[in-house]
Design a protein around this ligand. Structure first.
Ligand SMILES: Nc1nc2c(c(=O)[nH]1)N[C@H]1C(S)=C(S)[C@@H](COP(=O)(O)OP(=O)(O)OC[C@H]3O[C@@H](n4cnc5c(N)ncnc54)[C@H](O)[C@@H]3O)O[C@H]1N2
Ligand code: MOO
Length: 396
């Protein structure tokens, strides 16, 4: 069976981007993905300006300066100093011509129009120089950047009022299984409520670059699954389908996908989530998630979501789930598990660094054991874990 990391890499490399781009107003671009690099149209700062409230002075050899005027942020006139002169200046105001330094007001004393400094100023003190942050023509944001609040602010700082972004990735979400019932229906014997579709849609709804299409619950009937997926593939960039991914006679998603397109890969050596697989129907990427709710959640977070992000235009390195190292506050000795395990755990930040502890209820059918989890703990197959050892954790 393929290891998780090999599977993740293969999946992401095959997730070729298929969405077109569009132009949206800046105030609707938050959370979208940039389809063209954003280039600085002006230097930043655009003009030399003061970093402090104080006095702009000319002549650092002087012991006193004559204050000849005021420069406030937004003043449009350009002042000029002669040797021995100063201007009262405020943070963000344009620097007068011939200014040698700005002295912050806490280091000055003023008597009438005569200014003295309590400290010796040095050339360039408290002056923010034109272009010191960015030069005109510099790349502000790379193609594929996620437009978070900081990115929107940076684009706005350059006067951008619309941005070229990738169109939303249309993702159809299905669950399968004759036992599944939506929350608004009465349960019959041996039926259960569908938890995976609301869960997957809730996770997808955090991403502004994704448009969710609710496919509903599919019965365990090959012709219905095949017909429904064929239609969905025409109308979606990606399909996520949970359940029916395993080996039972009623596990019909794989046969349906084989009829309609191809299966690229099926089964990874991970727990939970072994029957995860993916393939294509024409241009549409289809991801098969296991039905067990925790297996569905874990494979979605670590595999499905990164693949959707690359399909939506993000770079692989940015789409990979974030992880960090924490110290195991537990032992697994001997570890005889043949699959890499992703235990659900909690983190405690101590003076020794972050410590991680698995939660009880680790069954892949036990969503309640997942609710309080802050991280997935990566436990490599057949590798003992000693108390205090560093392990990789993925925030969820
Ligand atoms: N003989 C084998 N049986 C199983 C294997 C195996 O290798 N050999 N793998 C097991 C593993 S691991 C998993 S994970 C499950 C996944 O199987 P499927 O993807 O085919 O999922 P289902 O059989 O449809 O369902 C499994 C389980 O989860 C419940 N379920 C399904 N969908 C939902 C939903 N939307 N909401 C709530 N619960 C759901 C379903 O009722 C089953 O209890 O296969 C093992 N079997
Ligand atoms: O992947 Mo299954 O969830 O190991 O039970």
């Amino acid at each position: 069976m393929m290891d998780f990391y090999q599977g993740q890499e293969t999946l992401l490399q095959q997730a070729s981007r298929i969405v077109d781009s569009e132009i949206v107003p800046l105030n609707q671009a938050a959370g979208r993905i940039l389809a063209q690099p954003l280039i600085a149209t002006a230097d930043a700062p655009a003009f030399d300006n003061s970093a402090m409230d104080g006095y702009a002075v000319c002549g650092l050899d002087c012991t006193a300066w004559q204050v000849i005027g005021t420069a406030a942020a937004g003043d449009t006139q350009q002042l000029t100093l002669q040797h021995g002169q100063a201007v009262r200046i405020y943070t963000g105001a344009g620097i007068p011509n011939n200014t040698d330094a700005v002295i912050m007001q806490e280091n000055t004393s003023v008597n009438g129009d005569s200014l003295c400094s309590t400290r010796t100023p040095a050339t360039g003190d408290n002056i923010r120089r034109r272009g010191e942050e960015l030069k005109q023509g510099a790349t502000l944001l790379e193609k594929g950047a996620l437009l978070n609040a900081q990115a929107i602010g940076l684009a706005a700082s350059q006067g951008a009022n619309e941005l070229h972004v990738y169109q939303k990735l249309r993702v159809s979400v299905f669950t399968t299984g004759d036992e599944l019932v939506s929350g608004n229906s009465q349960l019959q014997q041996h039926q259960i409520y569908d938890s995976n579709r609301p869960m997957l849609q809730a996770s997808l709804s955090e991403y502004a670059f994704i448009e969710i299409i609710d496919g509903g619950i599919l019965p365990d009937k090959l012709d219905i699954i095949t017909n429904t997926l064929a239609k969905a593939a025409d109308n979606s960039h990606s399909i996520i389908i949970s359940g029916g991914a395993s080996v039972g006679d009623r596990d019909l998603v794989k046969p349906a996908l084989q009829q309609l397109g191809n299966i690229e890969h099926w089964k990874l050596a991970i727990k939970p989530g072994k029957p995860f697989g993916w393939g294509n129907i024409k241009q549409c990427r289809v991801m098969l998630l296991p039905g067990n709710p925790v297996a569905s959640f874990v494979t979605f977070k670590l595999l499905g979501l990164p693949a959707l992000q690359t399909a939506a235009g993000r770079h692989i390195m940015q789409a990979l789930p974030e992880c960090y190292q924490a110290k195991a506050a537990f032992n697994i000795v001997p570890n005889q598990q043949k699959r890499r395990e992703f235990l659900r755990g909690t983190i405690r930040f101590t003076n020794n660094g972050p410590e991680v502890q698995p939660l009880a209820k680790q069954g892949s059918h036990m969503l309640s054991g997942c609710v309080d989890a802050q991280v997935l703990i990566d436990i490599p197959a057949q590798t003992d874990i000693q108390h205090g050892q560093w392990v990789t954790v993925y925030p969820i």
